[in-house]
Design a protein around this ligand. Structure first.
Ligand SMILES: [Ca+2]
Length: 416
């Protein structure tokens, strides 16, 4: 029966995804979720910006990462929006052969795609003829690790956690949380997403806006598209970056990680187009300069990814030595990020988990809430029961280490 529940959840998620795809562009996107949506850097790479292959900080099971910059100047208004499109990570990214004619003629392909999408000719002419390849971006992309197929090769979570749930991030996050408590309560009322997760994502992504990436987005996206590992995905993101210019975003603000994510939340350009939200009510949705707008935009993202109000992301648990893991193994293969979801058990209610010897440490989830089990550090170490909302965090960046560290950082920020 629980297997059916798991399958139903996956099917439901799949259908929702398909509806989003169709609704938003009529075409299926390709790419990887993490980069795709935004980026991952964490506070640690503050100094490493354009220098460190994001691989160092990422869950080896997940797709890509990146990094970011900070800018100035106000953005153009934007209305909040309809559901986004998640990126279906190809199981095995393949490199499409370089376009014939080299980058010079590839510019014409990009211009044609932009035209077909309705980008203003003046915008195209202001950008496309001046595009160049960025060899550093190609280097960084090629340095990305491949999928880890051997579960025995999965490193433990603890070292990653130490690097990403730091005293500095906790202290600064807690100060921001306290200072903005009224605003965050309001955001929770508006979007139904728990504020501690918003703050943790903001901290994890850009160290609360300190590190947002200094790469020129059109150049980075054109380079990655030309390189070909995820050409159609990056071509669409390139076009989206031009559409942001059409909306009045200054070119100087289109800066971000080497993988094309931008602003405090590290959104990909298409996500910025769809989901940036005015959080402080001044009529603009400026994810590059306004923390309030960034936090509201992250909330909009998670709500769109299916966040269920009033349910915590997950809880740490102790697993009894006698626990029978084979009995809770999931038989479902996730359509997206299969290696990430493969580490989750099947769904059971919290009450059922207790009866099997899985005991929440501290505050629990509701007894009837469905949850999956993950043991990121193997048997005998702290494990976690994950609610369906954990999957919304995975939607932001499909990496168990990322999502767990976001949850743990958020819990620590609020002293939960
Ligand atoms: Ca605003």
């Amino acid at each position: 029966m629980h297997r059916l529940v798991s399958q139903a959840l996956l099917v439901q998620a799949g259908l929702k995804r398909v509806r989003r795809l169709v609704r938003s562009s009529g075409m299926v996107r390709e790419g990887y979720s993490s980069v795709a949506s935004r980026v991952t850097i964490g506070a640690l790479c503050l100094s490493a910006l354009a220098l460190t292959p994001a691989s160092a900080q990422r869950d080896p099971l997940a797709p890509l990462p990146d990094q970011p910059t900070r800018q100035a100047a106000p953005a153009k208004p934007v209305t909040a929006p309809p559901p986004p499109v998640r990126y279906q990570p190809p199981a095995t990214p393949t490199v499409t052969p370089a376009p014939t004619g080299g980058f010079d003629s590839y510019r014409q392909t990009l211009a044609a795609r932009a035209r077909a999408a309705g980008v203003r000719e003046a915008t195209i002419q202001a950008v496309v003829p001046y595009l160049t390849l960025n060899s550093r971006v190609i280097e960084l992309d090629r340095a990305q690790p491949g999928q880890v197929n051997n579960p025995n090769a999965i490193p433990p979570f603890a070292p990653y956690r130490r690097k990403h749930v730091t005293d500095d991030l906790i202290t600064r996050g807690a100060a921001r949380y306290a200072a903005n408590y009224a605003f965050l309560t309001n955001i929770e009322r508006r979007f139904g997403v728990e504020p501690l997760v918003l703050m943790a994502i903001y901290g994890h992504e850009t160290s609360y806006g300190r590190v947002t990436g200094g790469f020129d987005l059109p150049q980075v996206l054109a380079t990655l598209a030309y390189e070909g590992r995820r050409r159609s995905f990056f071509e669409e993101e390139f076009v989206a970056s031009l559409q942001l210019l059409d909306q009045g975003v200054p070119r100087s603000r289109l800066k971000g990680s080497w993988a094309g994510a931008t602003g405090y939340p590290q959104f990909m350009p298409s996500v910025v187009l769809r989901l940036r939200t005015d959080g402080d009510g001044n009529g603009t949705a400026d994810i590059w300069n306004s923390e309030a707008d960034a936090l509201a935009s992250i909330a909009a993202y998670l709500r769109d990814a299916g966040w269920k109000p009033n349910v915590h992301w997950g809880v740490p648990v102790r697993v009894a030595p006698t626990f029978n893991r084979a009995a809770v193994r999931s038989a479902v293969v996730a359509p997206r990020c299969p290696a990430v979801y493969a580490r989750h058990s099947r769904w059971l209610t919290v009450r059922e988990w207790r009866s099997l010897g899985v005991t929440p440490l501290g505050r629990s989830l509701p007894e009837n809430e469905l949850a999956t089990l993950i043991e990121p550090d193997g048997q005998g170490a702290t494990a976690y029961l994950l609610s369906t909302n954990y999957r919304a965090i995975l939607d932001y960046n499909c990496s168990n280490f990322y999502a767990l560290s976001v949850g743990v950082l958020g819990d620590t920020i609020v002293g939960r």
